[in-house]
Design a protein around this ligand. Structure first.
Ligand code: GLY
Length: 423
């Protein structure tokens, strides 16, 4: 099979690593890729939101399948344009991707289909939104409707702070993503990321993980895209996973099909486990990053036939996925300044070492300098991933390897997996 992989982060490096192991693969091309992905695939400098360029590339290489990593490509309709050319795409259409790209859509959809989630209201003007705060208790959860580079959710302790967030969001700070906002009731509990492969009709559970959103040890400091992850997530017992599969995932796949926007690709449910059971925090139309990395380390089955079957509406004929009896962990090594403006350009050392079969160092914010050397090019730079029979074992491997990698200003959390260890 000839595959085009779209994206350039650690998630896509992990996908490339797994896809490259498939005996069914004949050619892997990635756009735009990164230096780590370039060791596994031919890379082409086409951005993940350049729909015309990506469709042209898929046609040029006669791709049998396009695998989309980031939501940016989905939001601008890559899957739709590929379908017009008869090219299978792992990733939802623009309309189905609204599960991620519009919070208002998802909340209304959840209400229509009885999917458990927090009470909410959707507003287009600051006056309406501020008045509606009276209907909620603090802390106030204020969310921009669209995708706002991870900055579109504010949890405000006071009414004044909530009003400020409303003014900021509707005041143009996030462009079109902030033309509408959602206020919802705060949910207390612990959050996990639950995944399912979907083909428009069928959903196949794809495991669960937990990530660490805050920048600092002990879950302090500003939010990030994720400073680390582990899988499985002991919080998600088999019965909770069943409940999520029935009440959220299956209800969503059926509902989207019934509403004329069948969902194909990976469905990533952010789930809050509350005293009243699991509730939907949000959906994403893509793999989590860095959750994808730990799932790829644990997956025993060949991934490619499942991605292909999801894209073609054919999942029901495949056998259940096989997972390794391992725990996987990912520690993100970030650049000084992250999650603000990171310091970029520094040389990265240690990437040529072989850390053995149970480890993978995925490259995220990495580019090549003029001499082909790896340099820091983003906030989250390296994903140091390991698997072992226990979380302690996986942690020891990952943290042991970090000492052999580096760049100026590198930092990481030292407590990835603490919630699972404390259970
Ligand atoms: N790790 C969270 C996300 O991918 O959105």
């Amino acid at each position: 099979m000839k595959v085009l992989l779209v994206g350039s982060g650690g998630r896509e490096h992990a996908l490339a690593w797994k896809i490259a192991q498939s005996p069914r693969l004949s050619r892997l091309v990635a756009a735009p890729g990164n230096p780590g992905i370039a060791r596994l695939a031919e890379v082409r400098p086409i951005r993940a939101d350049d729909v015309e360029g990506l469709v042209g590339l898929a046609v040029e290489i006669a791709a049998d399948l396009v695998v989309v990593g980031p939501e940016t490509a989905l939001e601008v309709g890559l899957a739709d344009r590929l379908a017009e050319r008869g090219i299978a795409c792992f990733g939802p259409t623009q309309s189905a991707a609204r599960l991620e790209t519009s919070k208002g859509f998802t909340k209304a959809f959840a209400a229509r289909h009885g999917i458990p989630t927090a009470a909410y209201g959707a507003y287009q003007t600051a006056t309406e939104a501020k008045a509606a705060l009276a209907d909620f208790d603090p802390p106030y959860v204020v969310k921009a409707d669209g995708i706002a580079a991870g900055k579109g959710v504010v949890i405000a302790e006071t009414r004044e702070a909530a009003e400020q967030a409303i003014d900021d969001m509707l005041g143009g700070q996030f462009g079109a993503a902030g033309s509408r906002l959602v206020i919802e009731a705060f949910m207390r509990g612990e959050e996990a990321s639950v995944f399912a492969l979907c083909d428009g009709e069928t959903a196949l559970p794809f495991g669960a993980a937990q990530d660490h959103k805050r920048v600092g040890d002990g879950d302090v400091g500003p939010n990030t895209g994720g400073m680390g992850a582990y899988s499985p997530a002991p919080l998600m017992s088999p019965s909770l996973l069943d409940e999520v599969a029935q009440k959220m995932v299956t209800a969503t796949v059926r509902g989207m099909a019934a509403e004329g926007a069948p969902y194909r690709g990976i469905l990533y449910a952010g789930v809050m486990v509350t005293e009243d059971g699991p509730k939907l925090v949000e959906y994403n139309a893509r793999f989590g990053d860095p959750e994808c990395q730990v799932l790829m380390l644990r997956l025993e089955s060949d991934l490619l036939p499942y991605l292909d079957a999801a894209a073609r509406g054919d999942l029901a004929r495949l056998p259940p996925l096989v997972w390794r009896d391992d725990v996987a962990i990912c520690v993100v090594v970030a650049a000084k300044g992250y999650p603000g403006t990171p310091t970029t350009g520094g040389l990265i050392s240690g990437l040529d070492q072989d850390f053995g079969p149970d480890m993978a160092i995925f490259q995220a914010g990495v580019a090549s300098d003029g001499e082909g050397r790896p340099v820091v090019a983003g906030g989250r730079v390296l994903n140091v991933c390991a698997r072992a029979k226990t979380l302690e074992g996986a942690r020891a491997l990952a943290y042991g390897a970090i000492g052999h990698l580096g760049f100026d200003g590198a930092f990481f959390r030292t407590d990835i997996g603490w919630r699972a260890l404390e259970r």
